[in-house]
Ligand binder design. Sequence first.
Ligand code: NAD
Length: 483
Amino acid sequence: MQADDSDGSVLTCRNFVAGTWQDSAGPGIERTNPATGKVVAVAPRATASEVDAAVRAAGDAFRTWRRTVPAERAAHLHRLGEACAGRVDDLATAITREQGKPLDEARGEVRKFIAALHYYAEEATRVYGRTIPNDTPGFTSIVEKEPLGVVAGIVPWNYPIELVGWKLAGAVAAGCTIVIKPSEYTPGCAQVLSECLARTLPPGVANIVFGDGSTGQALVAHPHVAKVGFTGSLATGQALYRAVTGVTGLSLELGGSCPMIVTGSADVAGAVQGATRRAFRNAGQICIAINRIYVHDSVYDAFVEGLATAADALTVADGLANPAADVGSLTMDETYRRTLDHIADADKRGARIVAGGGPLEGPGLFLRPTVIADAPDDALVMTEETFGPAVGVARFTELTDAIDRANRVPGGLAAYAYTNDTRETFALAGELDFGNVAINNVDAGIINAPYGGRRESGFGSEHGPEGLESYLQLKHVRLRHGA
Ligand code: NAD
């Protein structure tokens, strides 16, 4: 083991099952701070039998949790939100130390997680069935909504707390119980969360098993799991599709290469500001990050110059030492190397690197925010998910051509556009083939509206009432009352 991170102690994670922390027989995982290389968390790699124990604990808890009234579930979720509000800095510090995003940004993530808990606490009380008149007198049909059962929540490392929240809050509000498998890159913040769960939810309602893909595989294939809620890469999503037993519900929130279109009528300064935020926040490691930008010829030069200037002005730094930094360390070697590959590929194809272009000097996985102008359509940055702080920019003259190019990728998660023309606005809203389209803003996901992808970005919705409904099943009760 390398030296501990000097900023704090090493977090020791233990599986959280039936309200208590359990030792694991599995070999451990060590997580290092990507900004310093020092060990910050150790976690077990839960074995199949430990996963089985967690699923059984969730199954036992489900027998009583499913019968609680919505107001009681709401009260528990509000209490969990309050408990987490008292630990914002602990949760955020754990995120920054293992994920790399600046501390202020991590605090923002935790606050959004808490907002999701409170939102679904309220939404729990707004689940209604319906009655259906029958053809025969003396009968009534009642349609009830019932919780599915035990949910497996598998989450990635880029928003390690917020993404747990979407699954945890929706499932628990619906009356389901859950087993969460955090990413092996971000176990520490889940350990802090388990301390909040222990104080606020009945034992077994929310459980956490630590581990990598092998632990995740055991969890999703468990026969007592009623639904798998997955957020992560396309490759893992496809593996899950094959691994679930066939009668298990499944939602897949996968990646994508998200486009932005800036038309000739757009507010260029606003578009530059939006692109800067959505291409480089969280070091570009966002499923809805802007990866490629198509800009009308008439505003192209002004936009490229503005974006390059804005990218160069961002502060890249260790997010613990400088909590207000704009861009922290990347989380893992894989995204670091892929970003450099995409930059090199574009360079080789004749694109112009007008900002950034490489690593910061010194230790850690730091890359300078990179703007690639005149990126050809077949460059990797314009065709694949980079998941790092690099964005490609290309020209267009006809809006239909820009929309075609924007749609020409296998995924369909989010798309962005800036325009001040009504006809263009409706053309963009109607023709961009993505699950989320944001126009004249870059915040494509809000907690009370459905959020999900199309095509290779997966299926199923989180957020909004739909995010709760996805943990419910219908029951038709046909009642002969004789009246
Ligand atoms: P990943 O697919 O490598 O891992 C995600 C989770 O799946 C981890 O917890 C991992 O341990 C687990 N896992 C790996 N193999 C498994 C298996 N065979 N069975 C079960 N579980 C397994 O993804 P990542 O690198 O952690 O995250 C980055 C990806 O997530 C990007 O592609 C990004 O676009 C996507 N993402 C999507 C959304 C969204 O809302 N659509 C949000 C965030 C991230």
